[in-house]
Ligand binder design. Structure first.
Ligand SMILES: NC(=O)c1ccc[n+]([C@@H]2O[C@H](COP(=O)([O-])OP(=O)(O)OC[C@H]3O[C@@H](n4cnc5c(N)ncnc54)[C@H](O)[C@@H]3O)[C@@H](O)[C@H]2O)c1
Ligand SMILES: N[C@@H](CCO)C(=O)O
Ligand code: NA
Length: 430
């Protein structure tokens, strides 16, 4: 039966995502009301620039005072789409304290203080939903929190940043320059307000922290996630990758240790075989593999960024939270009961592609191989190409710990015959 009193929604931020949320709330109003069981009304929109023309949003709803809006007391759901840490955190906290539930897409804030926000939500008996914060439109948070709640997840691996996937794809497929591809990603609404968050891997690291926490029922903060961005990936790296039947993607990898006693979370560029499903993830699309005891391997794929796709996830959360409001229930809260330690990157075991510039003379290969052997790093393949007394040596290793690999590279740099380490890249997905 349809309730006549509408649920009131306050929208904080009306940029790329917020404007799409407002548009869909208006164009889909009747369907949303039917699905929720009550009409949903946009009761106020907090913006920074009130003079901007905002099609479809009545001028009387616009305010620059976000704090007053969340303090009104009659708001059922606050949708936070400002981004960043402050004032978003204070606004969300105030919203809970004044009776509202919250939907947010703010991965930076959730990775930094998800535990604190969940605690306040639980204290106030309110919902905190954030499907849009990880992998845009792709349903991922809800499947992990709800559909897989009876299984044991061991690994989450994937492409979780649309901007960097868009840039790497352009560099690989069209030979486009880094800056040109980044400018295009920003114009399309994929990049963060400060795109450094994307290209330096902070955004993917925030998503990895959120995913690892939910997948392993533990607490993983942004600082726990090892992070390398993609700004140093070069055309030469793509050429090397091609040479071994691979491409390069910025991956987020969260793993539970084989003994179950700890977890790791990392973000870095990696070579993956062209035959791997992640290799064919193009543009701003995201794809995430989840491996669990009972289900085996699941793959989630779809648009990872952009106004409308992200708004789809926000609207899904809005419907869920509104339904909960009507039934007087709340959805699942934080589930960090396992309290697993996060192991340092040095303990992560993977394969490596190392490109060295060496002197082209007898014994160099043996010298290099000895350094690998001394550090317990087993070599899979070696490729050498000579050029004017110098040579380029490409070594691909078997599985080794990051600590052993770092020790190897340090020792290689100390060899007179090694002129330089041109690149080191992990090899995943085999
Ligand atoms: N764009 C995407 O593809 C995407 C995808 C997933 C998640 N997100 C997240 O969604 C959030 C919003 O992203 P966006 O792309 O829409 O950013 P955006 O920069 O386009 O929009 C944010 C808006 O908030 C406004 N704002 C800032 N401070 C404010 C304040 N104090 N009061 C009122 N308004 C304020 C800004 O003027 C801006 O219009 C961020 O947390 C982002 O990380 C974005
Ligand atoms: N800047 C982010 C938005 C989606 O979270 C990305 O490119 O993936
Ligand atoms: Na999502």
């Amino acid at each position: 039966m349809m309730r006549t009193r509408p649920l009131k929604v306050a929208l904080l931020g009306c940029g790329v995502v917020g404007s799409e949320v407002a548009r869909i709330m208006t164009t889909h109003a009747a369907d949303l009301a039917a699905r929720i069981g009550a009409p949903v009304e946009l009761a106020g929109v907090a913006v920074r620039r009130p003079d901007k023309v905002r099609e479809g949003i009545p001028a009387e709803l616009i305010t620059t005072d976000a704090t007053a809006l969340v303090k009104r007391g009659d708001i059922d759901v606050v949708v936070e789409l400002i981004g960043g840490i402050e004032p978003a955190r204070s606004l969300i906290t105030t919203a809970f304290e004044h009776g509202a539930s919250v939907v947010s897409a703010n991965k930076a804030l959730l990775a930094q203080d998800g535990a604190g926000l969940h605690a306040i939500a639980e204290e106030q008996n309110k919902d905190l939903y954030y499907e849009a914060a990880v992998a845009g439109a792709i349903p991922l948070i809800r499947p992990l929190r709800e559909s897989l709640a009876g299984d044991k997840v061991n690994r989450v691996l994937g492409i979780v940043n649309g901007t960097t996937n868009f840039i790497l794809d352009k560099m690989d497929s069209t030979g486009a320059g880094y800056q040109e591809a980044l400018d295009e990603a920003s114009a399309l609404g994929y990049a963060e307000a400060d795109p450094t968050a994307d290209v330096e891997g902070f955004d993917a690291a925030a998503k990895a922290a959120i995913l690892a926490g939910i997948a392993f029922h533990t607490r993983v903060r942004l600082d726990d996630v090892y992070r390398e961005g993609m700004t140093e990936v070069t055309a030469a790296d793509f050429a090397s990758a091609k040479g071994m039947g691979c491409t390069i993607k910025l991956l987020a990898i969260c793993e539970r240790a084989a003994d179950g006693g700890s977890v790791t979370a990392r973000v870095h560029p990696a070579m993956i075989p062209l035959a791997h499903p992640l290799a064919s993830v193009r543009g701003a699309y995201n794809a995430v593999f989840v491996e669990s005891d009972a289900a085996g391997q699941l793959m989630f794929y779809g648009p990872g960024a952009g106004g409308a796709p992200t708004a789809s996830a926000v609207l899904g959360d809005l419907v869920a939270v509104c339904r909960n409001r009507i039934s007087g229930a709340t959805g699942p809260g934080a589930s960090a009961y396992t309290q697993l330690p996060v192991s340092p990157m040095g303990e992560v075991v993977t394969r490596y592609h190392i490109s060295l510039d060496v002197a082209d003379k007898p014994g160099v290969l043996a010298q290099v191989a000895t350094v690998f052997a001394e550090h317990g790093v087993s070599i899979d393949t070696v490729r050498q190409q000579g050029k004017d007394g110098e040579a380029s040596l490409v070594v691909v290793t078997h599985h080794a710990s990051d600590a052993s690999l770092n020790g190897t590279v340090e020792a290689l740099r100390n060899l007179d015959t090694v002129r330089g380490v041109a690149s080191i890249m992990r090899v995943e997905g085999e």
